[in-house]
Design a protein around this ligand. Structure first.
Ligand code: FAD
Length: 398
C-alpha cells in the first residue's frame, strides 16, 4: 500500500533472526495483504545450532550463513537498521539511522546479547592464545583449530550461571573435543574439564542421568559452581568465582568460553522490559503484560523456557495466531507450553535428543528412549534440522 505514511506499518517486527523471519513468513502466509516490516541490520542470516558441529570440525562455518535477503518473505518490507528504543505509549520504535517507526502491533525478537566484556581480559584475547568460543561466527572456526592441534595440558569448557541460548552448547563441544582427543590417541595427555557456574551438568533429570554416566566413562573432570570472571591469556590462566566469593585459578591449554548473556541493552533500558531486562510477556500467549499490542518471543523474551530455536518453532505459531486474534478483536486462545529441545551431541554420530516443557517434563517426539545417544538423532541434528530450518521454519511452515 502506498497511501500510508512511510514510517507506519501494520506490524513491525524487531529482529530478522530465527523468530522474526518465522513470524513474518507465517503472518504473510496467513494473510498476504498484511503490511509487515522487519527491522534487521544484518545482511547475513546464521543457522547458529550448527556452530557446535563447526567447532567440532564436522562442517565449515560458511554453510551456516546465508543472505538475509533470501529469507525476507515476499511482501514484507525490510528496514536495514537497528532499533534503539521503544515508545510503546505512542506505538513507536526509534531507529539508529534516525526517526521513528510506527505500528499497530509490534513483535520484538532481537535475540540475546553476548556480554564478552563481563569477563576481564577476554575481549582482546578471544580467537587467539587457545581461547575460543562456538558462540560467535567470528570465533567458531578457531574452536576446531584449538581442538585439532591440542597435544596436552588441560582443555577447559566454561558456562555462565544465568540464562544463555542453547544451555547444552557449552558441553556439546566438550564431548566432541574429548572424542577427538581419544581418536587421536592423546586422551591420556589431556585433562578434559567442564567448569560451569551452575550446580549440575543438565537441568532435566532424565537426560542428566545419561550425561553423568558419560562423565564417568569418559573421565571428564567436572567443576560445578565455578563462574569464569577473568582470563590471563598470556599465562593461560582462568579465574573463577565460587558461591562463597572465593576465587579459584585454573591453568589451561585450550579454553572454550560460553559468554555471560543478557537481554540486549536497548531492550533492557526500555519500558517494555521486565526487571531482568527481558521483554515482559505472558508465558502462555506471548503477549506483553502491559502493552497489549506488543508481542515477544525467542531469546529476548521473558518466556521462562530454555532459549533455543526449537522453542521458537513452537512459539512462532502461537504468537501469530494470537496476534491475528488481537487484530480481529478476538480472545487470545493459542498457548505455548514451554516446549524446548536440545540435541545434546555427545560425539560425532551420537546425540541425546532432550525435549521438555516448562515443568522440565520430557515431551519427546520419537517412540524410543531419547535419553540414549543415537546415530539417528545425530543425522537429525546435522542434516535434517538445517533443511527443516532453511526450507520449512523460515518459510513459515513446520
Ligand atoms: P536470533 O536468531 O539470534 O535473532 C536475533 C536477530 O535480532 C538477529 O538477526 C540480530 O541481528 C537482530 N537484532 C539484534 N539487535 C537488533 C536491533 N537493535 N534492531 C533490530 N534487530 C536487531 N537452538 C536449537 O534449537 N538447537 C540447538 O542445537 C542450538 N544450538 C546452538 C548452539 C550455539 C553455539 C548457539 C550460539 C545457539 C544455538 N541454538 C540452538 C540457539 C538458537 O540459535 C537461538 O535460540 C535462536 O536463534 C533464537 O532466535 P531469536 O530470533 O530469538 O534470536
Amino acid at each position: 500500500m502506498t497511501d500510508k505514511p512511510k514510517n507506519h506499518h501494520s506490524i513491525v517486527i524487531v529482529g530478522g533472526g530465527t523468530a522474526g523471519i518465522c513470524v513474518a513468513a507465517r503472518l504473510l502466509l496467513a494473510d498476504p495483504t498484511l503490511d509487515v516490516a522487519i527491522v534487521e541490520p544484518s545482511t547475513t542470516h546464521y543457522y547458529q545450532p550448527l556452530w557446535t558441529l563447526v567447532g567440532g570440525g564436522q562442517f565449515s562455518r560458511e554453510i551456516t550463513a546465508r543472505p538475509e535477503a533470501d529469507y525476507i518473505p515476499p511482501g514484507a518490507t525490510w528496514i536495514r537498521d537497528h532499533v534503539e528504543g521503544f515508545v510503546p505509549e505512542r506505538d513507536a520504535v526509534m531507529l539508529r539511522g534516525g526517526g521513528e517507526l510506527h505500528y499497530d502491533q509490534l513483535v520484538v525478537c532481537a535475540g540475546i546479547q553476548l556480554d564478552w566484556r563481563a569477563i576481564e581480559g577476554l575481549t582482546g584475547a578471544l580467537g587467539s592464545h587457545g581461547i575460543c568460543s562456538n558462540y560467535s561466527y567470528d570465533t567458531v572456526a578457531y574452536t576446531w583449530e584449538c581442538i585439532s592441534t591440542l597435544r596436552g595440558g588441560r582443555a577447559l569448557f566454561t558456562a555462565p550461571g544465568k540464562a544463555i541460548k542453547c544451555g547444552g552448547a557449552p558441553q556439546k563441544i566438550m564431548w566432541l573435543a574429548e572424542e577427538n582427543l581419544r581418536k587421536r590417541g592423546i586422551r591420556g595427555a589431556v585433562e578434559v574439564s567442564c567448569a560451569f557456574a551452575g550446580p549440575r551438568i543438565f537441568g532435566v533429570a532424565k537426560y542428566r542421568r545419561t550425561l553423568e554416566k558419560l562423565v564417568v566413562e569418559r573421565e571428564i573432570v567436572t567443576r560445578f559452581e565455578h563462574d569464569l570472571i577473568a582470563v590471563d591469556a598470556e599465562h593461560k590462566r582462568a579465574t573463577f568465582r565460587r558461591p562463597d566469593g572465593q576465587t579459584v585459578e585454573l591453568d589451561y591449554e585450550m579454553l572454550h568460553v560460553t559468554p555471560p548473556q543478557s537481554a540486549p541493552d536497548f531492550i533492557k533500558h526500555s519500558p517494555i522490559a521486565d526487571r531482568e531486562g527481558w521483554v515482559e510477556v505472558d508465558k502462555y500467549t506471548t503477549q506483553h503484560i502491559r502493552f497489549p499490542n506488543v508481542f515477544s518471543l525467542g531469546d529476548c523474551s521473558s518466556l521462562p523456557c530454555s532459549k533455543t530455536g526449537a522453542a521458537v518453532r513452537k512459539q512462532a505459531p502461537v504468537t501469530v495466531t494470537n496476534l491475528l486474534a488481537f487484530r480481529a478483536k478476538r480472545a487470545l486462545e493459542a498457548r505455548y507450553d514451554g516446549y524446548s529441545s536440545c540435541p545434546l551431541v555427545t560425539g560425532v554420530g551420537q546425540v541425546v535428543l532432550a525435549e521438555f516443557d516448562y515443568d522440565g517434563e520430557p515431551c519427546e517426539s520419537f517412540p524410543f528412549d531419547q535419553a540414549q545417544p543415537r546415530y539417528s538423532m545425530y543425522l537429525l541434528k546435522a542434516y535434517a534440522l538445517p533443511e527443516i530450518y532453511w526450507n520449512g521454519m523460515l518459510r513459515g511452515r513446520m
